[in-house]
Design a protein around this ligand. Structure first.
Ligand code: F6R
Length: 602
């Protein structure tokens, strides 16, 4: 989603800092970019459609500037073009904005009646005009911001400059994320910490309704009641290394390869250093509802299978955008778990707020420290995956699934179920081998590239499996679609014959995932059904179920591990197959078209 960067400083480095910050936010996804800087007491705006590199070509970096704001726009209102790109200027006010002003149509009408003319299709230009109007009325920016908060409905993170005081940067936040970076003689605003990491690790998180007046050596923050307030200064724990490719061709490849390291960190944090049971006791809840979007929701499905199977608590997984608007059967006996890499996904955050209002305990499984979901849940467990830059999640998804398997294990320890005891008793030994097994799977690149030869130029690809393997199919299919633009579908293996099997033709690629020996025969029967209709079958299974037969064309064997951990191994080849398919098709792997890393609109 949109990225905001702002600068105020005695070093007059606005252009350099803002452009660098925007580049560090590129991973969020965008389709145009722009910058507004003070050049000789006048606001100079430059914007371009497309990549930041297009914008950079026309920027004169030798011109010094003490203050500026920059933006990467992910189109919501109006096309991705130069006119709609931010910053927008109306009268004396220039702003960049992330979010959606919901009542912009009414506001536009009111402002048009007052004589304002608009050049773009954006809600941002309306917000800018409203601020200009309020400033003309009050001649006081602080007062104008207070009135703006009353009039504008919706989500907004705004960076603001006023022609009458080009030594002050303003920041306003409601529902869309915004932080303030702190340094000697210069300060910054940004949508996310990576934007400022080249310059500082110290930052303040603004909460909904708050706004700030920022100078090069002072920061005043006003709370939601417009009273001056003190805020805690955070220090970012990771370093810049996390946001560099470290020799890999793409962030996605780097992040896939970081999975053994992330697993090690999580084992250390939640098993070796402390018992996860001491952090949260799930056994006191009668049921669990998981809310999440996209891949995080797919990780939730893995969690559902494991917690139900080993922890004996019923679990529902709800797509957060659906949860928000349906009748809910949750109460104080329900634990609502919100899973999110960014911790800023608007739908998941709203689902958390609804659950809080209903009196439920809420648990965040979140990657980004101090993010909105982390702050709004009653308890948070961090996934420790480090910065994830590629839009398509890999290491954060597997970290979410890892944490859920730890929760299932913590519940399972009290089981009397003899059938489950073997898995539970061997869990810790198997867990210690997990990073090594992950590495082993990562090293088989040539095998995955060969499988990609069968799929990269096909129109439709199917992933089929049952139970937890079906959840993996959903994730594998999403990954393939989003980065390689190949159409694929995930199907519960037993469901194909109820309609979709009519799409299976000679050579249609079908990837059958079979890792659960209790239902392996059933899935293999379904694979045979597609094979007999001509499908080109790629059989993905474990050493344990390695099966010579005439029902597949290629097979891909992954190491067998504890059932609670198996998905963490099996997903890796599927991530790599998507990666190599996208590479074969020359796709922009880290920044797939139309997508954003952090989805802060509903
Ligand atoms: C897919 C992907 C998305 C996210 C989803 C939720 O690769 O990354 O489907 O999983 O947008 O994002 P978070 O986890 O930040 O809430």
């Amino acid at each position: 989603m949109c990225g905001i960067v702002g600068y105020i400083g005695k070093n007059n480095n606005a252009k350099k800092v803002i452009l660098k910050g925007l580049e560090n936010l590129e991973y969020r996804g965008y389709d145009s970019a722009g910058i507004a800087c003070n050049i000789n007491n006048e606001i100079n705006i430059q914007k371009e459609k497309g990549r930041i590199s297009n914008l950079k070509e026309n920027i004169n970096f030798s011109e010094k500037s003490n203050i500026g704001i920059g933006h990467t726009r992910w189109a919501t209102h109006g096309k991705a073009n130069k006119e709609n790109a931010h910053p927008h200027k109306c009268g004396k006010i220039t702003i960049v904005h992330n979010g959606i002003i919901e009542n912009y149509i009414e506001l536009k009408q009111e402002l048009s009646n007052l004589g304002y003319k608009f050049n773009s299709d954006t809600d941002t230009e309306i917000a800018c005009a409203l601020l200009d109007y309020l400033y003309n009325q009050t001649n006081d920016i602080i007062k104008s911001i207070e009135l703006f908060k009353e009039k504008a409905k919706g989500a907004y993170a705004i960076g603001l400059l006023c022609d009458d005081d080009l030594d002050t940067l303003y920041a306003i936040k409601n529902k869309s994320p915004l932080i303030i970076g702190i340094n000697k003689d210069e300060n910054y605003i940004a949508s996310d910490v990576p934007a400022i990491l080249n310059f500082t690790k110290d930052y303040i998180i603004l909460e909904d309704g708050e706004f700030a007046k920022i100078n090069s050596d002072s920061i005043e923050i006003y709370d939601k009641n417009n009273k001056l307030t003190d805020k805690k200064v955070n220090k970012f724990e990771s370093d810049l290394q996390d946001i560099s490719k470290n020799g890999y061709e793409h962030f996605m490849l780097k992040e896939i390869n970081e999975q053994p390291e992330v697993a090690k960190k999580m084992i250390d944090e939640y098993i070796n250093k402390q018992d996860i049971n001491n952090l949260i006791d799930l056994s006191k809840y009668k049921n669990i509802t998981i809310v999440a979007c996209g891949s995080a929701m797919h990780a939730g499905l893995i969690g559902k299978s494991l917690i139900e199977e080993y922890g004996n608590i019923p679990v529902k997984v709800e797509i957060a955008s659906e949860f928000r608007y349906k009748k809910l059967f949750i109460d104080k006996d329900t634990l609502v778990i919100a899973i999110s890499q960014s911790g800023e996904t608007a739908d998941t955050l709203e689902a958390v707020k609804i659950a809080n209002d209903k009196g439920c305990d809420t648990l965040g499984i979140v990657n980004v420290f101090g993010s909105s979901i982390a702050r709004n849940t009653s308890k948070v467990l961090y996934t420790k995956a480090g910065c994830e830059i590629a839009v398509a999640t890999t290491k954060a998804y597997s970290a979410q699934a890892t944490l859920l398997s730890f929760l299932a294990y913590s519940l399972a320890k009290n089981t009397n179920d003899k059938n489950k005891l073997n898995e539970i008793n061997s869990f810790l030994t198997d867990l210690n081998k997990l990073p090594i097994l992950m590495q082993k799977v990562l090293d088989n690149n040539e095998e995955y590239k060969e499988i990609v030869n069968d799929i990269y130029n096909k129109n439709d690809i199917f992933f089929i499996g049952r139970g937890i393997d079906y959840s993996l199919c959903m994730e594998a299919s999403l990954k393939l679609k989003e980065i390689s633009y190949l159409h694929s579908e995930a199907y519960a293996a037993g469901e194909l014959k109820h309609g979709t099997i009519s799409l299976i033709d000679e050579n249609t690629p079908v990837i059958g995932i079979v890792t659960d020996k209790n239902i392996a025969d059933k899935t293999i029967s379904n694979i045979k059904e597609v094979k007999s209709r001509g499908a080109n079958v790629i059989y993905v299974t474990t050493e344990e179920l390695d099966n010579d037969g005439d029902f597949y064309d290629k097979k891909l064997i992954v190491p067998k591990t504890n059932s609670l951990l198996q998905p963490l191994i099996t997903i890796i080849p599927l991530q790599l197959i998507s990666y190599y398919a996208a590479k074969n098709n020359n796709c922009d792997i880290d920044k797939p078209k139309n997508l954003a890393k952090s989805v802060t609109v509903e």
